[in-house]
Design a protein around this ligand. Structure first.
Ligand code: GAF
Length: 393
């Protein structure tokens, strides 16, 4: 259900900034990944879903080649201006580089807007939570472009262009999971996405009386920091070595058994651990989806724990705050699943909690987390929503 007040406020702001006239409104969601972490760029399967939280954008074509960007969440940056004929990364353009990058990526692929446009957006995703506010801004921008200019393309391409923008324009070497989930999500379903082929299927997330609870560490973090790009490099190094033993295109093509047989070709123990995570996480993700389809939620939850441990010990992208949240979650009666989600180094955990235990989960985990880390966590009982779309009147 569209958040009517948020949209009305945004439209009012748009009019205040750019004047009266026709305007169109679009939405692109954030995402939470249920399992299959750090394997989108290793040719694996991921299992994210779109949230009902996300970014709304209002836009209108202009008569010239200017693009004007404004965000109510980052109002201190004011209106940021760009020109269709000169789309380059500028540090001072801050968050607007993500949106500019998508316009650039569409143009690189032959989708050239005939004129500029005015754009204002507002996000309901908690800032820096690791729930993909930047991917939602990218996918939103692509959706605006498709809506305003009627480009003959689709949301899968939008996800690709959005990833391209982030990789080549912003300089963050992310995989495609976040953009794909934002572009192609479906209400009450998670997407099993094969990142090697972009084949995908939807799986209803039927949790019985249990709820999906996201917990924000509120630890300040930057995904663009070098650690993410380092992990990608280590995985590339591992793949190169594994390929001397087996004809594969991606690490996730190896079964755990095949990996165990040839793993010693990777002599650096750190690099070997990275590859081990990818191989076993792929296996966990595919198994978890089967369990969910069979209605075996506790088995799904157990695999979430395995995922967390592997991200903590082998991939080393967790942090004390995430570990504390997961540890305390598992101590609560009523917890069926708990793990870190997303890129890591901060951000959120995703939990499956029995409906009648949610209140005590929030209280107990919140108190213990604060006592152990000094930080206050935020809790969101979330719903799974649709992917990017125009918001009709
Ligand atoms: C971040 C990236 F953007 C995704 O592509 C993915 O790699 C994720 O981290 C880890 O699974 O969100």
């Amino acid at each position: 259900m569209a958040d009517e007040k948020v949209i009305q406020d945004l439209k009012d702001k748009f009019t205040e900034l750019y004047g009266e006239g026709e305007m169109r409104c679009f939405f692109a969601p954030g995402r939470v990944n249920l399992i299959g972490e750090h394997i989108d760029y290793n040719g694996g399967h991921v299992f994210p879903c779109a949230l009902t939280l996300g970014t709304y954008g209002v836009a209108r074509k202009r008569a010239d080649k200017k693009i004007r960007f404004y965000s109510t969440n980052l109002a201190h940056t004011g209106v940021i201006e760009a020109d269709l004929d000169d789309l380059v990364y500028k540090k001072e353009d801050d968050w607007a580089n993500y949106a500019k990058g998508v316009v650039w990526a569409f143009m690189e692929n032959g989708f050239v807007p005939e004129c500029g446009f005015d754009f204002a957006c507002t996000g309901t995703i908690p800032n820096k939570s690791g729930l993909s506010s930047s991917a939602s801004l990218e996918v939103l921008t692509g959706t605006v472009l498709m809506g305003l200019f009627g480009f003959d393309t689709d949301q899968v391409q939008n996800a690709r262009f959005s990833q391209l923008a982030e990789n080549k324009f912003v300089g963050m070497n992310c995989g495609i999971m976040d953009q794909f989930a934002s572009a192609k999500g479906q209400e009450d379903k998670a997407i099993l996405l094969d990142c090697a082929t972009l084949d995908y299927t939807y799986t209803p997330v039927v949790l019985g009386d249990a709820k999906l609870v996201i917990v924000n560490t509120n630890k300040p973090h930057e995904l663009t920091n070098s650690a993410y790009n380092d992990r990608r490099r280590e995985c590339e190094e591992a793949l190169e070595l594994l390929r001397t033993k087996k004809d594969i295109q991606a690490i996730c093509q190896l079964s755990p058994e095949e990996f165990e047989e040839i793993k010693d070709v990777i002599t650096d123990p750190v690099v070997q651990k990275r590859a081990k995570h990818a191989v076993y996480e792929e296996n966990r993700c595919v198994t978890a989806v089967k369990e969910l389809n069979a209605g075996n939620i506790p088995a799904f939850g157990k695999l979430m724990l395995g995922s967390h441990e592997s991200l903590r010990d082998d991939f080393e992208v967790s942090c004390e705050e995430l570990d504390v949240l997961v540890e305390e979650a598992w101590k609560c009666e009523g917890t069926i699943g708990a793990r870190m989600t997303g890129g890591g180094f901060g951000g959120c955990t995703v939990n499956i909690v029995k409906g009648d235990a949610v209140d005590s989960f929030v209280k107990t985990v919140g108190e213990r987390y604060q006592a152990r880390t000094g930080l206050v966590a935020d809790f969101y009982v979330v719903s799974i929503g649709d992917g990017a779309h125009e918001v009709c009147e």
